[in-house]
Design a protein around this ligand. Structure first.
Ligand code: HEC
Length: 192
């Protein structure tokens, strides 16, 4: 019987699983059905593979072009696996958490429930990766505890963002106290 060897393997395996559990998906080996990491070695982001089936749905926003008018855009927000449970436990998103915000043009039609808007045309994605310690201080897309990028629909791998301080940060100042994230829009983050 080679019990010690088996035992050793089990311990190592358990540790690996535990480590994978701590690091979010972008910094760990690909445990999930994703073939590409969200962050490459140079710190460039990409839109995560298959996030619509692998990620958790965080919430949605509807944007009216002017008060009183119908819905012009819908924003659907996803978070990497287990982010919601970890947020509820810790009160913040842990390192490696990936957030994806789809930006959709909306179309509105009359349905049996009333005047109903739905996503119709994808404009692109905002992607953020949590990193309290800045892994890429040389990049203008890393800082304030996150990596930040926008991707036009049709190009999931090459961002058009050049500097998060100009492209993103100003608009997220109202959410500065909650790590720059508009957490108030996501009922799932509150345990109920
Ligand atoms: C015009 C203002 C504006 C700009 C520019 C902007 N954001 Fe946002 N962002 C918001 C607002 C407001 C929300 C929440 C409401 C909504 O979606 O309309 C939001 C939500 C998000 C979310 C979902 C998580 C959350 O905070 O609720 C992500 C991810 C995100 N933004 C990433 C980015 C990134 C990355 C950039 C830059 C490339 C960026 N944003 C630029 C205003 C902005």
């Amino acid at each position: 019987m080679k019990l010690p060897g088996t035992w050793h393997r089990m311990v190592v395996l358990t540790m690996l699983v535990a480590l994978g559990g701590i690091a979010g998906e972008s910094f760990s080996a690909s445990r999930h059905a994703a073939s590409h990491p969200v962050v490459d070695s140079k710190g460039n982001l990409r839109v995560p593979d298959n996030y619509q089936t692998r990620y958790e749905s965080l919430g949605a926003w509807s944007i009216a072009p002017k008060p009183g008018a119908g819905v012009a855009q819908m924003h659907l927000v996803y978070a990497s696996p287990r982010a919601i449970e970890q947020f509820r436990r810790l009160g913040h998103f842990p390192d490696g958490t990936v957030l994806v915000k789809e930006v959709w043009e909306a179309s509105t039609q009359s349905m049996t429930t009333g005047s109903v808007s739905r996503p119709s045309h994808l404009k692109g994605w905002f992607v953020m990766v949590r990193a309290q310690h800045n892994h890429h201080p040389e990049s203008k897309l890393w800082g304030d505890g996150w990596a930040w990028s926008w991707f036009d629909a049709g190009n999931r791998t090459k961002t058009t963002s050049t500097d998060y301080r100009k492209d993103c940060k100003g608009c997220h100042v109202p959410a500065q106290m909650t790590d720059w994230i508009y957490v108030g829009g996501y009922p799932a983050l509150k345990s109920n």
